[in-house]
Design a protein around this ligand. Structure first.
Ligand code: CA
Length: 567
């Protein structure tokens, strides 16, 4: 029940344009059938056994839907695959994938033995199961496997953006900080050290120097017996503590669908053990992200270590412990960030200043519409929408804060490195590259980014040109805006980042470490680390004042307060 509830919270999509030919349900069906087909091959067993195997791997909340689907669609899938059909034509026969004129038939795999058209054999099988086919049409295939719902959601560009929508859902004192790791809790913001009193939270300026209790949750409090002075005053007062905030999109939130879930050769029950955590964090991994990362999770479904601006700021000054906030949302763009930003928790008078990173690098030029350019943000819209966010920030950021605005990403690099690699669903038979997956998503009109995930080089370049034009607007805003409570800085995220990626690959690194394996688009763990190093070294070189001071008392803090209460 719990998982089902969490999924409901993160689901309920809002589509801003309609998909075709079955859209997200179609790709969910094709992926599921492909998975079963390959599991049978991996374990040298029948399709029926492979379907039972897949259902048995799943957490309880998914098992019943899976079994229901298998009992209904199992016999027909078995008959169709035995007839030489492939996942595309099986899902067409199940009538989950369609061909709606004038759209062409979409397919993920090469043409099966009998072609894409309905031949006599397939027609016979469909007639035999006509009653069941009607029932199958009513099943929510996107809800069948962990991860499918989120893939289905990739197509929905508009996040829910009510004011405060991305506040922690479990927060008893209402101070914007939680003790739960999911539902916008501690994975996203420093853990509340007292969830009964709102005045006590990460980033608070300590009243009476935390003589008796820890008001800012950095683990430092009490009185030094030698000097009779409070530790917070002795160890932190001269260090100018500061928090770190990211206002961003799915890249900043670290969107990651585990590739293991779609790799038949390694799929097992262990891969689904953390589904509650994963779903409760919207398939984002902010605790391992470039800006707010603070831990190295050791689950079998995420790999690599964490480097982040938060970790570096904390290392610089241990008084900054726990003062991080990720206000990053899948689908974040200039037009919804001006509402999402209201989920930021900062008391302008009573909290410490922050370094805020504003990083919306793709969604303003990314959509799944066939006429993708017509649906991109224009420079005029960029200016207008961003200004709303900037004006608002001046009313909440404590005086002395910094706002670093990153430019847009240049996504032409994604296709260049990824198009020839095999997708997890194509590794076993070497029959599915990212170029084909991108094409398939575009055909169904559910691509996260038609412009950059297109085989058409001209279109890819035009998309980056619009991105560059939008970046110039941001740069201009930074140069010409003047705010009372924070200073603005601009950081290029196109040429500089691509040079870092080229450098990594030229030194023997793999593109498969850079981009996410399931969607073939988002920054993976290695790129998160590269982004962290890139932002940090640029700020250190050009604007070191944004990073605060090195606290000379760090060693003593470590000695006295250990891990400062952890996370
Ligand atoms: Ca404290």
């Amino acid at each position: 029940m719990y998982v089902a509830m969490l999924l409901l919270l993160v689901a309920s999509p809002v589509a801003v344009y309609s998909s075709v030919n079955g859209g997200t349900s179609c790709i969910a069906c094709t992926a599921s059938v492909s998975l079963v087909d390959q599991l049978a091959l991996v374990h040298t067993e029948g399709i029926d056994k492979a379907m039972q195997r897949l259902c048995s791997f799943l957490p309880d909340d998914y098992k019943s839907v899976c079994k229901e689907f298998v009992s209904l669609a199992g016999p027909i899938i078995i008959d169709l695959l035995a007839n030489g059909e492939n996942p595309d034509t099986v899902c067409q026969a199940l009538q989950v994938c369609k061909t709606e004129p004038p759209n062409p038939t979409c397919h993920m795999y090469p043409k099966p033995k009998n072609g894409f058209h309905v031949d006599a054999h397939r027609s016979k099988i469909m007639t035999k199961y006509s009653d069941k086919l009607k029932e199958i049409a009513d099943i929510d295939i996107c809800g069948m496997l962990p991860g499918l719902k989120q893939i289905c959601k990739l197509a929905d560009r508009l996040p829910h953006a009510g004011p405060g929508e991305y506040m922690p859902k479990v927060d008893f004192d209402g101070d914007g900080y939680s003790t739960l790791d999911v539902l916008r809790g501690t994975s996203w913001r420093g853990k509340d050290c007292d969830d009964r009193r709102a005045a006590l939270h990460p980033g608070a300026r300590p009243e009476d120097w935390d003589r008796y209790e820890d008001s800012n949750c950095n683990g430092i409090y009490g009185i030094d017996p030698v000097s009779s002075k409070p530790y917070e005053q002795l160890l932190c007062a001269d260090s100018d503590p500061m928090g770190i905030v990211v206002l961003g999109d799915s890249g900043a939130a670290h969107f990651h669908i585990p590739g293991e879930w779609f790799t038949p050769s390694i799929l097992n029950m262990e891969m689904f053990l953390n589904v509650t955590f994963v779903a409760g964090n919207e398939l984002d991994w902010p605790s391992m992200s470039a800006v707010t990362g603070f831990q190295n999770l050791t689950m079998p479904i995420i790999h690599g270590w964490t480097d982040s601006l938060y970790q570096r700021l904390r290392q610089r000054n241990l008084c900054n412990h726990r003062d991080y906030q990720s206000i990053a949302v899948n689908g974040g763009a200039c037009g919804n960030m001006n509402t999402i930003v209201k989920s930021l928790s900062r008391n302008q008078q009573k909290d410490y200043p922050v370094l805020a990173i504003y990083s919306l690098v793709a969604n303003d030029v990314c959509n799944g519409h066939p006429d993708t350019i017509a649906h991109m943000t224009t420079p005029a819209e960029m200016r207008q929408e961003t200004l709303i966010t900037l004006d608002y920030l001046d009313t909440v950021l404590p005086k002395g804060s910094s706002l670093v605005i990153t430019g847009m990403f240049d996504g032409t690099i994604v296709y260049r490195y990824m198009h020839n690699l095999f997708h997890p669903l194509g590794q076993l038979r070497k029959d599915l590259t990212y170029a084909t997956v991108y094409e398939y998503l575009m055909c169904l009109q559910i691509s996260p980014c038609n412009g950059w995930m297109s085989a058409n080089e001209t279109l890819r370049n035009l998309t980056s040109e619009r991105g560059a034009a939008l970046s110039r607007v941001l740069q201009d805003l930074v140069e010409k805006s003047n705010y009372t409570n924070y200073k603005l800085y601009y950081l290029d995220f196109a040429i500089g980042i691509n040079a870092e990626i080229d450098n990594y690959i030229n030194h023997g690194g793999s593109a498969a470490d850079i981009f996410e394996s399931v969607d073939g688009f988002h920054p993976a763990q290695t790129l998160q680390r590269i982004l962290s190093e890139y932002i940090w070294s640029n700020l250190m070189a050009k604007h070191p004042q944004t990073l605060g001071r090195v606290n000379t008392n760090n060693e003593q803090i470590l000695k006295l307060f250990g891990d400062q209460g952890g996370y």
